[in-house]
Design a binder for this molecule. Sequence first.
Ligand code: APR
Ligand code: PHB
Length: 389
Amino acid sequence: MRIQVAIIGGGPSGLLLGQLLHRQGIETVILERQTRDHVLGRIRAGILEKGTASLMREAGVADRMERECLIHDGIMLSYGNDPFEINFRQLIQSSVIVYGQTELTYDLYHAREANNAKTVFGVEEVRLYNLDRPSPYVTYRHRGQDRHIDCDFIAGCDGFHGISRQSVPRSIRREYEKVYPFGWLGILSETPPVNDELIYASSERGFALCSMRNPNLSRYYIQCALSDTVHEWSDNDFWDELRRRIPASKAEALVTGPSIEKSIAPLRSFVTEPMHWGRLFLCGDAAHIVPPTGAKGLNTAVSDVNYLYLALIAHFQEGDNEGLDRYSEQALLRVWKAERFSWWFTNLMHRFPDQSQFDRKMQRAEITFLRDSTSAQTVMAQNYVGLPY
Ligand code: APR
Ligand code: PHB
């Protein structure tokens, strides 16, 4: 089999790239290790930057998003019992969109199926060859058979645990990592959200986040120890702990119910450089991870897809390789800014195990500065709604 672009990984990065390329007449195949249901069963953040929503429109997959999304003009921050709003609309005439990553992924699969574009699920032993030559190829096993795909380019969209990143030679690859000493315990519940905007709460007992998917589906998180397991946290324990961490007026208004999903995620910052090696281009979680504070994971993946898509169409339609040559440099410039913001917001809002009283005072001073300074809020708003591409 021969194809123009082989895409490894059928998460949001691979699917969106495939859809954008399809609309320009560029042929792709997506190789996905899991089943479609498994991919769609993963619950991830649900905040879309303006740029992410625009690219969904450009990909022709925004109809349901436009109908069902919620538009948020700001977020609430609280420190102890002291909430305040960062209003994006007033500060920078902008907003974000609340639409679950699961929904976005579903819309992309739906479009891919309608286009009859090829996706192979349940692939094993994917290997990439000849990456530094004009004729790269991919091998894999599927239903016990060995398969081979010749292609012009490979997009490594296979997430943090994928093989694409490992295919860049060790002597070329530089990796930067920070692992945080806590996790987030998250639950999804069919209850009305406690507030019409997200609440990011810092308290003496640790961080909490009140988020949502729609008017009857709430997503809440609390900072937990890395050693905690979901079985140790009953729903009641979760709700009690959440109430202690958010402003009292919100704790009183909180509507609780049984969790329909409960999971713990570790927090990590990670970047690999370069994001390009020969005919291989890395996108999304394959190249970088952010802690979820600020919801930059999906949005940063989408900005990579935007640069790679434009570079590939310039190559195929005009024979212009400048975008491909500059891809890594251009993508990393924005990636590092999103890394900085997510790291800063995580450091501002969480309790760290080895934190001194001085460190706590610094956090409090920074958050009250943010509360009282329009300039600081403007910087926060610009980062939260998404930096330009
Ligand atoms: N072969 C084929 N597919 C693979 C392999 C492999 N060796 N390894 C991983 N995959 C698949 C995974 O099963 C997954 O479906 O690659 C996909 C990668 O998807 P994601 O991890 O979702 O990464 P990405 O598409 O870059 O999405 C960006 O934003 O909010 C964040 O972390 C969040 O999913 C997120 C992301
Ligand atoms: C979510 O809704 O899951 C969510 C929202 C904002 C974040 C992280 C997660 O910063």
